[in-house]
Design a protein around this ligand. Structure first.
Ligand code: NAD
Length: 329
């Protein structure tokens, strides 16, 4: 089994090479992302292993089929970047890693909240310059605050449990409520109620046509002034222009994002010596009450190990015509 591995970072190589000692797959790692211009690299391989910002559009998939690729092995949970009908048309199997460590992402959402609220990033920088002043570092107690969670699947449920542990009142909205998290105290509400009541709103639903730009001006108008919004799911859940307007007019008090609408041009790259032409990200990072991390919520040792194990099990099951548990259709 020959695997072409795209968008490779050193931490991917480290964890996949370690696990490959048990599988002995023939892997070639490419730093390049998979897109129309890089499909030639897939010649001679059976499987492509891709991540969140590889673009598997219909025309890319057509090239993969021409190069006899039979399996797209996603090493992430979300699959919004794959044209599934094109894959089906060309008889290419798509698998994913549905759950590698929900806690990794949920804990990062908490990290965004705690940093924005208690401003530890600012305190760290100040103290390093012998500035021990506390001015403008005032936060708020999380205890008893209303937290609204949109999407209570694996990650959303883990996040709910964490926030219940902090003593928050946790409300949720999901198309399919999860009875297991109602028992410890999560209350399902309508989206409007959740918007009206929440001090903090955290997004954990997938990106679908229905959730695209879920957080737009209309939704923001229904929220409390000063609300904190956290997005560790997918960038396009938020309309970036609308959120910038709401930050400018102070309707939104804090924004913490690990994902961004135009992230594929920026994230996972060192652009510190480049002139960025994305005015929206530059505007966002200019706000003192905005915290951006570059899609790192998944990045824990436990999650990387689970990802490598599940991807290899998916590939082994495909190769041996075994049961494909993690197929995406
Ligand atoms: P999941 O499938 O277990 O849960 C998703 C939940 O969203 C489900 O309960 C579903 O019913 C609900 N949902 C679907 N459409 C909805 C809608 N219109 N409104 C409200 N709820 C809706 O998925 P998960 O493992 O919890 O992952 C959630 C998302 O997190 C993924 O889709 C992915 O985009 C994102 N993610 C981000 C990172 C990261 O590093 N930042 C890592 C992994 C996953």
């Amino acid at each position: 089994m020959k695997i072409a591995f795209f968008s490779t970072k050193q931490y991917d190589k480290d964890s996949f090479n370690e696990f490959n000692k048990n599988y002995n797959f023939d892997i070639e790692y490419f730093e390049a992302s998979l897109k129309l211009r890089t499909t030639n690299l897939t010649q001679g391989f059976d499987t492509v292993c891709v991540f969140v910002n590889d673009k598997l559009s219909a025309d890319v998939i057509e090239h993969l089929a021409a190069n006899k690729i039979k399996h797209i092995a996603l090493r992430c949970a979300g699959f919004n970047n794959v044209d599934l009908s094109a894959a089906k048309k060309h008889n290419i199997t798509v698998t994913r890693v549905p759950a590698y460590s929900p806690e990794a992402v949920a804990e990062h959402a908490l990290a965004l909240i705690m940093t924005l609220n208690r401003k530890t990033h600012k305190a760290y920088n100040r103290v390093r310059e012998s500035n021990f002043s506390l001015n403008n570092l005032t936060g708020f107690n999380l205890y008893k605050k209303n937290v609204g969670v949109i999407g209570t699947g694996k990650i959303g449920a883990a996040f709910c449990r964490i926030m219940l542990g902090m003593g928050c009142n946790v409300s949720a909205y999901d198309l399919f409520p999860n009875k297991e998290i109602e028992k410890p105290g999560v209350k399902y509400k309508s989206l409007n109620e959740l918007y009206n009541e929440s001090d903090i709103i955290s997004l954990h639903c997938p990106l679908t046509p229905e959730t695209h730009h879920l957080i737009n001006s209309e939704a923001i108008d229904k929220m409390k002034t000063g609300v904190m919004i956290i997005n560790s799911s997918r960038g396009s859940l938020i309309n970036t222009k609308d959120i910038i307007d709401a930050l400018k007019n102070k309707k939104i008090g804090y924004l913490g994002i690990d994902v961004y609408e135009q992230e594929e041009k920026l994230f996972f790259k060192d652009l510190s010596e480049s002139i960025l032409d994305d005015d929206d990200i530059l505007r966002l990072i200019s706000f003192p009450n905005v915290l951006v991390t570059s899609h790192q919520a998944f990045l824990t040792k436990e999650a990387l190990s689970e990802i490598a194990y599940t991807v290899f099990e998916n590939i082994k099951a495909f190769e041996t015509a075994g049961v494909l548990k993690n197929i995406v259709e």
